[in-house]
Design a binder for this molecule. Structure first.
Ligand code: HEC
Length: 119
């Protein structure tokens, strides 16, 4: 059992390090912002990183991120991008967690530029 773990552990570590380095070194080559879709690119991020505080009965900042009227509001007031980019004047989101990956932020920004299509 232990011998198996000793064998597997370095492989797991090496794989995660390689992945991390690629993301850091080649952000543009690995980030495809064409054919952005709400269902594939944005909704999973909201569900995983935001819905705990911005969905249904838990709507901090009076924000329900499953409601397009609400989403439009924070697009218009600039807070959606400002907060996920951790820019000055905003409240860093997701609150109390790591910043979203650069590529995820680029995709959400592109979705906003496209006019937040519900596709
Ligand atoms: C742990 C809870 C928590 C999580 C997770 C979280 N938020 Fe928030 N969010 C808050 C709170 C609390 C506020 C109100 C902060 C304030 O008013 O200063 C807020 C406010 C906001 C606002 C401003 C609302 C407005 O009316 O301008 C935006 C935009 C926002 N969050 C986006 C997000 C996004 C996008 C995510 C996921 C990437 C996220 N938040 C994840 C707690 C959270």
């Amino acid at each position: 059992m232990i011998r198996k773990l000793i064998f597997i552990l370095p492989i797991v570590l090496a794989t995660s390090c390689t992945y991390y380095n690629e993301e850091e070194l080649y952000p543009n080559e690995t980030c495809d912002t064409t054919n952005i879709s709400y269902t594939n690119d944005v909704l999973p991020v909201f569900q995983e990183s935001c819905y705990a505080c911005h969905y249904n009965n838990t709507t901090y900042g009076n924000l329900d991120l499953s409601n397009f009227v609400h989403i439009q509001r924070v697009v218009d007031n600039g807070n959606l991008l400002r907060n996920i980019k951790h820019e000055q004047g905003g409240t860093a989101m997701p609150q109390g967690a790591a910043k979203l990956p650069d590529c995820t932020i680029l995709k959400i920004e592109q979705w906003i530029n496209l006019g937040i299509p519900n596709n």
